[in-house]
Design a protein around this ligand. Sequence first.
Ligand code: GLN
Length: 537
Amino acid sequence: MASAKYIFVTGGVTSSLGKGIIAASLGNLLQARGLRVTIQKFDPYINIDPGTLNPYEHGECYVTDDGAETDLDLGHYERFLNITTSQANNVTTGRIYNNVITKERRGDYLGKTVQVIPHITDEIKRNFFKLGETGDYDVVITEIGGCVGDIESLPFIEAVRQSKWDVGEHNALVIHLTLIPYLKAAKELKTKPTQHSVKQLLEAGIQPDILACRSEKPLPTDIRKKLALFCNVQLNSVVEALDASTIYDVPLLMRKEKLDERVLAKLKLSNKVQPQIDDWRNFLSRLKNPTNEVNIGLIGKYVELPDAYKSIAEAFIHAGAALETKVNVHWISSETITEKSVRRILRDIDGVLVAPGFGERGVEGKITAVRYVREHKIPFFGICLGMQCAVVEFARNVLNLEGAASTELDAKAPHPVIDLMEDQKNIKNMGGTMRLGAYDCKLKKGTKVADAYHASKVDERHRHRYEFNNAYLEQIENAGMTAAGINPESGLVEIVELEDHPYFVGTQFHPELKSTVMNPHPLFVSFVRATVKNKKS
Ligand code: GLN
Protein backbone atom coordinates (compact mmCIF):
# COMPACT_ATOMS: atom_id res chain seq x y z
CA MET A 1 0.00 0.00 0.00
CA ALA A 2 1.49 3.39 -0.97
CA SER A 3 1.65 6.09 1.62
CA ALA A 4 -1.38 8.08 0.47
CA LYS A 5 -4.07 8.87 3.01
CA TYR A 6 -7.66 8.05 2.15
CA ILE A 7 -10.72 10.09 2.95
CA PHE A 8 -14.13 8.60 2.21
CA VAL A 9 -17.16 10.84 1.94
CA THR A 10 -20.50 9.12 2.40
CA GLY A 11 -23.97 10.60 2.46
CA GLY A 12 -27.09 9.98 4.46
CA VAL A 13 -30.68 11.12 4.99
CA THR A 14 -31.18 12.32 1.42
CA SER A 15 -29.33 12.78 -1.83
CA SER A 16 -28.42 16.18 -3.31
CA LEU A 17 -26.74 17.41 -0.13
CA GLY A 18 -23.66 18.39 -2.07
CA LYS A 19 -21.17 15.66 -1.23
CA GLY A 20 -19.23 16.62 -4.34
CA ILE A 21 -18.90 20.22 -3.21
CA ILE A 22 -17.87 19.22 0.31
CA ALA A 23 -15.30 16.80 -1.10
CA ALA A 24 -14.00 19.41 -3.53
CA SER A 25 -13.87 22.09 -0.83
CA LEU A 26 -11.94 19.85 1.52
CA GLY A 27 -9.62 18.90 -1.34
CA ASN A 28 -9.12 22.56 -2.09
CA LEU A 29 -8.14 23.36 1.51
CA LEU A 30 -5.73 20.45 1.76
CA GLN A 31 -4.19 21.40 -1.56
CA ALA A 32 -3.87 24.99 -0.33
CA ARG A 33 -1.61 23.60 2.38
CA GLY A 34 0.70 22.11 -0.18
CA LEU A 35 -0.66 18.57 -0.22
CA ARG A 36 -1.09 16.70 -3.50
CA VAL A 37 -4.75 15.80 -3.64
CA THR A 38 -7.06 14.01 -6.02
CA ILE A 39 -10.74 13.18 -5.73
CA GLN A 40 -12.63 10.23 -7.15
CA LYS A 41 -16.26 9.31 -7.32
CA PHE A 42 -17.74 5.84 -6.99
CA ASP A 43 -21.28 5.61 -8.31
CA PRO A 44 -23.56 2.73 -7.38
CA TYR A 45 -25.57 2.55 -10.61
CA ILE A 46 -25.22 -0.26 -13.15
CA ASN A 47 -24.36 1.80 -16.24
CA ILE A 48 -20.68 1.39 -17.10
CA ASP A 49 -20.50 5.19 -17.21
CA PRO A 50 -23.00 8.06 -17.37
CA GLY A 51 -22.39 8.53 -21.11
CA THR A 52 -25.67 6.92 -22.06
CA LEU A 53 -27.73 8.65 -19.36
CA ASN A 54 -30.24 11.34 -20.20
CA PRO A 55 -29.03 14.70 -18.85
CA TYR A 56 -32.57 15.20 -17.47
CA GLU A 57 -31.96 12.29 -15.20
CA HIS A 58 -28.38 12.75 -14.21
CA GLY A 59 -27.24 16.21 -15.25
CA GLU A 60 -24.33 16.86 -17.54
CA CYS A 61 -21.92 14.15 -18.59
CA TYR A 62 -18.46 15.47 -17.82
CA VAL A 63 -15.63 14.44 -20.15
CA THR A 64 -12.01 14.15 -19.05
CA ASP A 65 -8.82 14.59 -21.09
CA ASP A 66 -8.50 10.83 -21.54
CA GLY A 67 -11.99 10.66 -22.99
CA ALA A 68 -13.86 9.20 -20.02
CA GLU A 69 -17.54 10.10 -19.79
CA THR A 70 -18.02 10.80 -16.11
CA ASP A 71 -20.23 12.15 -13.38
CA LEU A 72 -20.62 15.91 -13.19
CA ASP A 73 -19.00 15.96 -9.76
CA LEU A 74 -15.65 15.44 -11.51
CA GLY A 75 -16.23 18.86 -13.00
CA HIS A 76 -16.40 20.30 -9.48
CA TYR A 77 -13.20 18.50 -8.54
CA GLU A 78 -11.37 19.98 -11.52
CA ARG A 79 -12.82 23.45 -11.07
CA PHE A 80 -12.07 23.62 -7.34
CA LEU A 81 -8.61 22.02 -7.45
CA ASN A 82 -7.45 23.13 -10.87
CA ILE A 83 -6.40 19.54 -11.57
CA THR A 84 -7.24 17.14 -14.36
CA THR A 85 -9.03 13.90 -13.61
CA SER A 86 -9.33 10.74 -15.67
CA GLN A 87 -11.29 7.52 -16.06
CA ALA A 88 -9.68 6.29 -12.85
CA ASN A 89 -11.50 9.06 -10.95
CA ASN A 90 -14.98 7.74 -11.72
CA VAL A 91 -16.01 4.15 -11.24
CA THR A 92 -19.51 2.69 -11.29
CA THR A 93 -20.98 -0.59 -10.11
CA GLY A 94 -21.35 -1.49 -13.78
CA ARG A 95 -17.62 -1.07 -14.37
CA ILE A 96 -16.75 -3.08 -11.26
CA TYR A 97 -18.99 -6.00 -12.29
CA ASN A 98 -17.78 -5.76 -15.86
CA ASN A 99 -14.18 -6.11 -14.67
CA VAL A 100 -14.99 -9.01 -12.37
CA ILE A 101 -17.01 -10.84 -15.01
CA THR A 102 -14.25 -10.35 -17.59
CA LYS A 103 -11.78 -11.84 -15.13
CA GLU A 104 -14.10 -14.72 -14.38
CA ARG A 105 -14.46 -15.56 -18.09
CA ARG A 106 -10.69 -15.37 -18.47
CA GLY A 107 -10.36 -17.94 -15.72
CA ASP A 108 -8.74 -15.69 -13.14
CA TYR A 109 -10.90 -17.18 -10.38
CA LEU A 110 -10.72 -20.76 -11.65
CA GLY A 111 -12.27 -23.16 -9.17
CA LYS A 112 -13.83 -20.43 -7.03
CA THR A 113 -17.40 -19.26 -6.59
CA VAL A 114 -17.33 -15.58 -7.54
CA GLN A 115 -19.15 -13.55 -4.89
CA VAL A 116 -19.92 -9.99 -3.80
CA ILE A 117 -17.59 -10.49 -0.86
CA PRO A 118 -14.68 -10.85 -1.51
CA HIS A 119 -14.55 -10.55 -5.32
CA ILE A 120 -16.67 -7.48 -5.92
CA THR A 121 -15.42 -5.73 -2.81
CA ASP A 122 -11.80 -6.58 -3.73
CA GLU A 123 -12.33 -5.06 -7.15
CA ILE A 124 -13.84 -1.94 -5.55
CA LYS A 125 -10.89 -1.65 -3.20
CA ARG A 126 -8.40 -2.15 -6.03
CA ASN A 127 -10.00 0.88 -7.66
CA PHE A 128 -10.17 2.85 -4.39
CA PHE A 129 -6.39 2.54 -4.05
CA LYS A 130 -5.36 2.76 -7.69
CA LEU A 131 -4.61 6.48 -7.75
CA GLY A 132 -3.08 6.46 -4.27
CA GLU A 133 -0.66 3.76 -5.36
CA THR A 134 0.77 5.83 -8.19
CA GLY A 135 2.71 7.81 -5.61
CA ASP A 136 1.40 11.02 -7.16
CA TYR A 137 -0.88 11.93 -4.27
CA ASP A 138 -0.67 12.54 -0.55
CA VAL A 139 -4.41 12.40 -0.14
CA VAL A 140 -7.10 10.62 -2.14
CA ILE A 141 -10.65 11.67 -1.41
CA THR A 142 -13.32 9.18 -2.45
CA GLU A 143 -16.90 10.28 -2.75
CA ILE A 144 -19.39 7.43 -2.54
CA GLY A 145 -22.49 8.23 -4.61
CA GLY A 146 -25.99 7.63 -3.28
CA CYS A 147 -27.05 7.29 0.33
CA VAL A 148 -26.12 4.78 3.01
CA GLY A 149 -28.87 2.25 3.25
CA ASP A 150 -29.47 2.09 -0.49
CA ILE A 151 -29.36 -1.51 -1.66
CA GLU A 152 -27.01 -0.70 -4.48
CA SER A 153 -24.42 1.11 -2.40
CA LEU A 154 -23.96 -1.78 0.06
CA PRO A 155 -20.86 -3.29 -1.61
CA PHE A 156 -19.20 0.14 -1.69
CA ILE A 157 -19.91 0.76 1.99
CA GLU A 158 -18.58 -2.71 2.81
CA ALA A 159 -15.46 -1.94 0.79
CA VAL A 160 -14.99 1.28 2.76
CA ARG A 161 -15.24 -0.70 5.99
CA GLN A 162 -12.60 -3.15 4.82
CA SER A 163 -10.38 -0.38 3.48
CA LYS A 164 -10.19 1.30 6.86
CA TRP A 165 -8.68 -1.93 8.20
CA ASP A 166 -6.46 -2.50 5.19
CA VAL A 167 -4.69 0.84 5.41
CA GLY A 168 -4.61 0.95 9.18
CA GLU A 169 -5.21 3.60 11.76
CA HIS A 170 -4.61 7.26 10.84
CA ASN A 171 -4.49 6.40 7.14
CA ALA A 172 -8.18 6.55 6.36
CA LEU A 173 -11.19 8.35 7.67
CA VAL A 174 -14.87 8.64 6.89
CA ILE A 175 -16.77 11.89 6.65
CA HIS A 176 -20.52 11.40 6.68
CA LEU A 177 -22.62 14.17 5.19
CA THR A 178 -26.17 14.41 6.46
CA LEU A 179 -29.06 16.82 6.70
CA ILE A 180 -30.25 18.59 9.84
CA PRO A 181 -33.74 19.70 8.86
CA TYR A 182 -35.31 22.78 10.39
CA LEU A 183 -38.93 22.34 11.35
CA LYS A 184 -40.59 25.70 10.99
CA ALA A 185 -43.64 24.86 13.07
CA ALA A 186 -41.52 23.67 15.99
CA LYS A 187 -38.80 26.27 15.29
CA GLU A 188 -36.30 23.50 15.81
CA LEU A 189 -33.36 21.84 14.13
CA LYS A 190 -33.78 18.08 14.17
CA THR A 191 -30.97 15.59 14.69
CA LYS A 192 -32.96 12.37 14.51
CA PRO A 193 -32.51 11.71 10.77
CA THR A 194 -28.75 12.03 11.25
CA GLN A 195 -28.81 9.71 14.24
CA HIS A 196 -30.61 7.11 12.15
CA SER A 197 -28.27 7.53 9.25
CA VAL A 198 -25.20 7.10 11.44
CA LYS A 199 -26.83 4.04 12.96
CA GLN A 200 -27.12 2.58 9.49
CA LEU A 201 -23.43 3.18 8.93
CA LEU A 202 -22.63 1.58 12.28
CA GLU A 203 -24.67 -1.46 11.33
CA ALA A 204 -22.42 -1.75 8.30
CA GLY A 205 -19.43 -1.62 10.61
CA ILE A 206 -18.39 1.95 9.96
CA GLN A 207 -18.00 4.57 12.64
CA PRO A 208 -17.84 7.93 10.87
CA ASP A 209 -14.95 10.09 12.06
CA ILE A 210 -16.45 13.42 11.10
CA LEU A 211 -20.05 14.50 10.60
CA ALA A 212 -20.71 17.23 8.09
CA CYS A 213 -24.19 18.54 8.69
CA ARG A 214 -26.03 20.38 5.96
CA SER A 215 -28.34 22.91 7.50
CA GLU A 216 -30.13 26.08 6.59
CA LYS A 217 -29.51 27.49 10.08
CA PRO A 218 -26.31 27.61 12.13
CA LEU A 219 -25.95 24.67 14.50
CA PRO A 220 -26.06 25.81 18.13
CA THR A 221 -23.73 24.14 20.62
CA ASP A 222 -26.46 22.04 22.22
CA ILE A 223 -27.33 20.51 18.86
CA ARG A 224 -23.67 19.81 18.14
CA LYS A 225 -23.34 18.19 21.57
CA LYS A 226 -26.37 16.05 20.97
CA LEU A 227 -25.02 14.91 17.60
CA ALA A 228 -21.62 14.13 19.11
CA LEU A 229 -23.20 12.14 21.92
CA PHE A 230 -25.65 10.13 19.87
CA CYS A 231 -23.42 9.61 16.86
CA ASN A 232 -20.30 8.74 18.79
CA VAL A 233 -18.04 11.45 17.38
CA GLN A 234 -15.95 14.14 19.07
CA LEU A 235 -17.66 17.47 19.52
CA ASN A 236 -15.15 19.25 17.28
CA SER A 237 -15.79 16.66 14.59
CA VAL A 238 -19.34 17.88 14.13
CA VAL A 239 -18.99 20.28 11.24
CA GLU A 240 -21.74 22.61 10.15
CA ALA A 241 -22.27 22.88 6.39
CA LEU A 242 -24.49 25.90 5.97
CA ASP A 243 -26.34 26.71 2.78
CA ALA A 244 -24.11 29.09 0.83
CA SER A 245 -24.89 31.83 -1.66
CA THR A 246 -22.33 30.34 -4.03
CA ILE A 247 -20.69 26.92 -4.01
CA TYR A 248 -17.34 28.71 -4.13
CA ASP A 249 -17.94 29.96 -0.57
CA VAL A 250 -17.91 26.41 0.75
CA PRO A 251 -14.11 26.04 1.08
CA LEU A 252 -14.07 29.13 3.29
CA LEU A 253 -17.05 27.91 5.30
CA MET A 254 -15.29 24.59 5.82
CA ARG A 255 -12.16 26.43 6.83
CA LYS A 256 -14.14 28.36 9.41
CA GLU A 257 -15.45 25.08 10.78
CA LYS A 258 -11.86 23.77 10.81
CA LEU A 259 -12.73 20.72 8.73
CA ASP A 260 -9.23 20.69 7.23
CA GLU A 261 -7.62 20.85 10.66
CA ARG A 262 -9.71 17.98 11.95
CA VAL A 263 -8.78 15.90 8.93
CA LEU A 264 -5.07 16.63 9.29
CA ALA A 265 -5.16 15.77 12.99
CA LYS A 266 -7.03 12.52 12.45
CA LEU A 267 -4.78 11.43 9.61
CA LYS A 268 -1.70 12.50 11.53
CA LEU A 269 -0.60 14.68 8.66
CA SER A 270 1.91 16.98 10.24
CA ASN A 271 1.25 19.77 7.83
CA LYS A 272 1.57 22.95 9.79
CA VAL A 273 1.49 25.57 7.04
CA GLN A 274 -1.61 27.69 6.87
CA PRO A 275 -3.64 27.20 3.71
CA GLN A 276 -2.83 29.68 0.94
CA ILE A 277 -6.28 30.90 0.06
CA ASP A 278 -5.65 34.51 -0.95
CA ASP A 279 -6.20 33.83 -4.65
CA TRP A 280 -9.46 32.09 -3.82
CA ARG A 281 -10.57 35.03 -1.69
CA ASN A 282 -9.68 37.42 -4.50
CA PHE A 283 -11.78 35.40 -6.89
CA LEU A 284 -14.71 35.54 -4.47
CA SER A 285 -14.34 39.24 -4.00
CA ARG A 286 -14.38 39.85 -7.77
CA LEU A 287 -17.33 37.51 -8.07
CA LYS A 288 -19.30 39.32 -5.39
CA ASN A 289 -18.41 42.90 -6.30
CA PRO A 290 -19.09 43.16 -10.01
CA THR A 291 -18.77 46.49 -11.79
CA ASN A 292 -20.69 45.37 -14.88
CA GLU A 293 -23.67 43.21 -15.60
CA VAL A 294 -24.69 41.38 -18.76
CA ASN A 295 -27.57 39.20 -19.85
CA ILE A 296 -26.62 36.11 -21.78
CA GLY A 297 -29.18 33.84 -23.37
CA LEU A 298 -28.31 30.17 -23.15
CA ILE A 299 -30.33 28.42 -25.80
CA GLY A 300 -30.70 24.74 -25.18
CA LYS A 301 -33.00 21.80 -25.05
CA TYR A 302 -32.59 20.76 -21.43
CA VAL A 303 -33.17 24.16 -19.83
CA GLU A 304 -35.59 22.87 -17.20
CA LEU A 305 -32.64 21.20 -15.54
CA PRO A 306 -29.72 23.62 -15.40
CA ASP A 307 -27.48 20.75 -14.15
CA ALA A 308 -27.54 19.56 -17.75
CA TYR A 309 -25.27 22.52 -18.59
CA LYS A 310 -23.39 22.64 -15.30
CA SER A 311 -19.93 23.30 -16.71
CA ILE A 312 -21.19 26.09 -18.97
CA ALA A 313 -22.89 27.82 -16.06
CA GLU A 314 -19.72 27.52 -13.97
CA ALA A 315 -17.49 28.72 -16.83
CA PHE A 316 -19.62 31.88 -16.98
CA ILE A 317 -19.07 32.39 -13.26
CA HIS A 318 -15.29 32.07 -13.68
CA ALA A 319 -15.19 34.37 -16.70
CA GLY A 320 -17.57 36.85 -15.09
CA ALA A 321 -15.40 37.07 -11.98
CA ALA A 322 -12.28 37.56 -14.11
CA LEU A 323 -13.97 40.56 -15.74
CA GLU A 324 -15.78 41.73 -12.59
CA THR A 325 -18.99 41.25 -14.49
CA LYS A 326 -22.16 39.71 -13.24
CA VAL A 327 -23.31 37.28 -15.91
CA ASN A 328 -27.04 36.67 -15.75
CA VAL A 329 -27.68 33.48 -17.66
CA HIS A 330 -31.18 33.31 -19.10
CA TRP A 331 -32.17 29.75 -19.90
CA ILE A 332 -34.10 29.73 -23.14
CA SER A 333 -35.76 26.63 -24.52
CA SER A 334 -34.83 26.30 -28.18
CA GLU A 335 -38.29 24.96 -28.90
CA THR A 336 -39.84 28.34 -28.14
CA ILE A 337 -37.77 30.11 -30.80
CA THR A 338 -39.38 30.74 -34.16
CA GLU A 339 -38.96 33.35 -36.90
CA LYS A 340 -41.78 35.22 -35.19
CA SER A 341 -40.71 34.95 -31.56
CA VAL A 342 -36.96 35.33 -31.86
CA ARG A 343 -36.84 39.12 -31.75
CA ARG A 344 -39.01 39.28 -28.66
CA ILE A 345 -37.17 36.46 -26.89
CA LEU A 346 -33.74 37.95 -27.50
CA ARG A 347 -34.81 41.56 -26.93
CA ASP A 348 -32.90 42.19 -23.69
CA ILE A 349 -30.10 39.75 -24.37
CA ASP A 350 -26.52 41.01 -24.78
CA GLY A 351 -25.03 37.77 -26.08
CA VAL A 352 -26.19 34.30 -27.05
CA LEU A 353 -24.70 30.91 -26.35
CA VAL A 354 -26.14 28.01 -28.30
CA ALA A 355 -25.67 24.90 -26.23
CA PRO A 356 -24.50 21.38 -27.03
CA GLY A 357 -27.11 18.71 -27.54
CA PHE A 358 -28.23 15.56 -29.28
CA GLY A 359 -31.08 14.73 -31.59
CA GLU A 360 -33.39 16.77 -33.68
CA ARG A 361 -35.69 18.37 -31.12
CA GLY A 362 -35.27 22.13 -30.86
CA VAL A 363 -32.52 22.39 -33.46
CA GLU A 364 -34.50 24.57 -35.89
CA GLY A 365 -35.04 27.06 -33.04
CA LYS A 366 -31.30 27.14 -32.45
CA ILE A 367 -30.65 27.76 -36.13
CA THR A 368 -33.20 30.57 -36.17
CA ALA A 369 -31.48 32.16 -33.17
CA VAL A 370 -28.08 31.91 -34.88
CA ARG A 371 -29.41 33.70 -37.93
CA TYR A 372 -30.81 36.47 -35.78
CA VAL A 373 -27.60 37.10 -33.85
CA ARG A 374 -25.45 36.82 -36.98
CA GLU A 375 -27.54 39.39 -38.81
CA HIS A 376 -27.95 41.68 -35.80
CA LYS A 377 -24.29 41.48 -34.82
CA ILE A 378 -25.05 40.18 -31.34
CA PRO A 379 -22.12 38.27 -29.77
CA PHE A 380 -22.51 34.55 -30.39
CA PHE A 381 -20.80 31.52 -28.94
CA GLY A 382 -21.78 28.07 -30.21
CA ILE A 383 -20.61 24.93 -28.51
CA CYS A 384 -20.59 21.56 -30.26
CA LEU A 385 -24.16 21.26 -31.60
CA GLY A 386 -24.21 25.08 -31.28
CA MET A 387 -21.25 25.31 -33.65
CA GLN A 388 -22.85 22.81 -36.01
CA CYS A 389 -26.02 24.96 -36.07
CA ALA A 390 -23.90 27.98 -36.97
CA VAL A 391 -22.39 26.13 -39.94
CA VAL A 392 -25.80 24.89 -41.11
CA GLU A 393 -27.30 28.38 -40.80
CA PHE A 394 -24.41 29.91 -42.73
CA ALA A 395 -24.71 27.31 -45.48
CA ARG A 396 -28.45 27.84 -45.79
CA ASN A 397 -28.69 31.59 -45.57
CA VAL A 398 -25.35 32.92 -46.79
CA LEU A 399 -24.33 30.26 -49.31
CA ASN A 400 -27.98 29.64 -50.19
CA LEU A 401 -27.49 25.89 -50.09
CA GLU A 402 -31.10 24.84 -49.82
CA GLY A 403 -31.70 22.00 -47.40
CA ALA A 404 -28.23 22.23 -45.89
CA ALA A 405 -28.22 20.27 -42.63
CA SER A 406 -26.39 17.98 -40.33
CA THR A 407 -27.03 14.35 -41.20
CA GLU A 408 -27.91 13.83 -37.55
CA LEU A 409 -31.09 15.80 -38.32
CA ASP A 410 -31.67 14.89 -41.92
CA ALA A 411 -29.94 11.74 -43.10
CA LYS A 412 -30.76 12.56 -46.72
CA ALA A 413 -29.79 16.25 -46.63
CA PRO A 414 -28.83 17.49 -50.11
CA HIS A 415 -26.00 19.46 -48.50
CA PRO A 416 -24.64 17.53 -45.53
CA VAL A 417 -22.41 20.32 -44.21
CA ILE A 418 -22.16 18.46 -40.91
CA ASP A 419 -21.73 14.74 -41.38
CA LEU A 420 -20.50 11.50 -39.87
CA MET A 421 -16.87 10.61 -40.51
CA GLU A 422 -16.19 7.29 -42.22
CA ASP A 423 -14.89 5.73 -39.01
CA GLN A 424 -18.16 6.60 -37.21
CA LYS A 425 -20.44 5.13 -39.85
CA ASN A 426 -20.21 1.47 -38.88
CA ILE A 427 -20.39 1.94 -35.14
CA LYS A 428 -23.41 0.20 -33.63
CA ASN A 429 -22.77 0.52 -29.88
CA MET A 430 -23.85 3.72 -28.16
CA GLY A 431 -21.57 3.68 -25.10
CA GLY A 432 -18.16 5.33 -25.34
CA THR A 433 -18.12 5.49 -29.14
CA MET A 434 -18.17 9.23 -29.81
CA ARG A 435 -15.09 11.35 -30.47
CA LEU A 436 -14.16 11.75 -26.83
CA GLY A 437 -11.48 13.52 -24.86
CA ALA A 438 -8.71 15.95 -25.63
CA TYR A 439 -7.56 16.66 -29.17
CA ASP A 440 -5.05 19.20 -30.43
CA CYS A 441 -6.29 22.24 -32.23
CA LYS A 442 -4.06 24.49 -34.29
CA LEU A 443 -5.22 28.09 -34.34
CA LYS A 444 -5.12 30.30 -37.37
CA LYS A 445 -3.03 33.43 -36.88
CA GLY A 446 -4.89 36.70 -36.67
CA THR A 447 -8.24 35.17 -35.69
CA LYS A 448 -10.22 36.25 -32.64
CA VAL A 449 -9.71 32.90 -31.00
CA ALA A 450 -5.92 32.91 -31.47
CA ASP A 451 -5.99 36.31 -29.89
CA ALA A 452 -8.16 35.15 -26.99
CA TYR A 453 -5.99 32.11 -26.27
CA HIS A 454 -2.68 33.94 -26.80
CA ALA A 455 -1.52 30.69 -28.36
CA SER A 456 -1.06 28.98 -31.69
CA LYS A 457 -2.00 25.51 -30.47
CA VAL A 458 -4.36 24.33 -27.75
CA ASP A 459 -6.02 21.10 -26.77
CA GLU A 460 -9.67 20.83 -25.89
CA ARG A 461 -12.15 18.11 -25.01
CA HIS A 462 -14.67 16.62 -27.37
CA ARG A 463 -17.89 14.65 -27.13
CA HIS A 464 -19.72 14.26 -30.41
CA ARG A 465 -20.14 12.03 -33.43
CA TYR A 466 -20.73 14.50 -36.24
CA GLU A 467 -18.13 16.78 -37.82
CA PHE A 468 -17.74 19.74 -40.11
CA ASN A 469 -17.78 18.34 -43.64
CA ASN A 470 -14.57 19.48 -45.30
CA ALA A 471 -16.12 19.11 -48.77
CA TYR A 472 -17.76 22.47 -48.03
CA LEU A 473 -14.74 24.13 -46.41
CA GLU A 474 -13.61 26.18 -49.38
CA GLN A 475 -17.07 27.54 -50.17
CA ILE A 476 -17.71 28.38 -46.56
CA GLU A 477 -14.37 30.10 -46.07
CA ASN A 478 -14.76 32.07 -49.29
CA ALA A 479 -18.06 33.41 -48.02
CA GLY A 480 -16.50 34.76 -44.82
CA MET A 481 -16.69 32.01 -42.22
CA THR A 482 -13.14 31.07 -41.20
CA ALA A 483 -11.93 27.71 -39.98
CA ALA A 484 -10.01 29.29 -37.12
CA GLY A 485 -8.99 26.01 -35.50
CA ILE A 486 -8.05 22.73 -37.15
CA ASN A 487 -7.01 19.39 -35.72
CA PRO A 488 -3.54 18.89 -37.19
CA GLU A 489 -3.80 15.08 -37.42
CA SER A 490 -7.21 14.72 -39.04
CA GLY A 491 -7.68 18.13 -40.64
CA LEU A 492 -11.09 18.36 -38.95
CA VAL A 493 -12.44 21.84 -38.38
CA GLU A 494 -12.62 22.49 -34.63
CA ILE A 495 -13.47 26.21 -34.57
CA VAL A 496 -15.33 28.49 -36.94
CA GLU A 497 -15.58 32.23 -36.66
CA LEU A 498 -16.98 35.13 -38.63
CA GLU A 499 -14.58 37.95 -39.27
CA ASP A 500 -17.20 40.52 -40.11
CA HIS A 501 -18.95 40.32 -36.77
CA PRO A 502 -18.18 41.67 -33.28
CA TYR A 503 -17.96 38.12 -31.89
CA PHE A 504 -19.17 34.99 -33.62
CA VAL A 505 -17.33 31.83 -32.57
CA GLY A 506 -18.35 28.18 -32.74
CA THR A 507 -16.30 25.36 -31.28
CA GLN A 508 -16.72 21.68 -32.07
CA PHE A 509 -15.15 20.94 -28.67
CA HIS A 510 -16.42 21.80 -25.20
CA PRO A 511 -14.31 24.64 -23.78
CA GLU A 512 -16.47 24.77 -20.66
CA LEU A 513 -14.95 21.48 -19.46
CA LYS A 514 -11.58 23.09 -18.92
CA SER A 515 -12.63 26.28 -17.17
CA THR A 516 -11.57 26.44 -13.52
CA VAL A 517 -11.71 29.05 -10.79
CA MET A 518 -8.00 29.71 -11.13
CA ASN A 519 -7.99 29.41 -14.95
CA PRO A 520 -11.15 30.87 -16.44
CA HIS A 521 -11.47 29.69 -20.02
CA PRO A 522 -10.12 32.23 -22.54
CA LEU A 523 -13.05 31.78 -24.92
CA PHE A 524 -15.61 32.36 -22.19
CA VAL A 525 -13.67 35.41 -21.07
CA SER A 526 -13.46 36.80 -24.61
CA PHE A 527 -17.14 36.08 -25.23
CA VAL A 528 -18.25 37.80 -22.01
CA ARG A 529 -15.96 40.73 -22.82
CA ALA A 530 -17.57 41.06 -26.25
CA THR A 531 -20.97 40.90 -24.59
CA VAL A 532 -20.08 43.74 -22.21
CA LYS A 533 -18.91 45.78 -25.17
CA ASN A 534 -22.09 45.06 -27.09
CA LYS A 535 -24.20 46.13 -24.14
CA LYS A 536 -22.33 49.42 -23.83
CA SER A 537 -22.68 50.23 -27.49
N1 GLN B 1 -25.18 15.83 -31.58
C1 GLN B 1 -23.96 16.39 -32.09
C2 GLN B 1 -22.95 15.33 -32.45
O1 GLN B 1 -23.06 14.21 -32.00
C3 GLN B 1 -23.38 17.38 -31.10
C4 GLN B 1 -22.98 16.78 -29.80
C5 GLN B 1 -22.77 17.78 -28.71
O2 GLN B 1 -23.27 18.91 -28.79
N2 GLN B 1 -22.07 17.41 -27.67
O3 GLN B 1 -22.00 15.60 -33.15
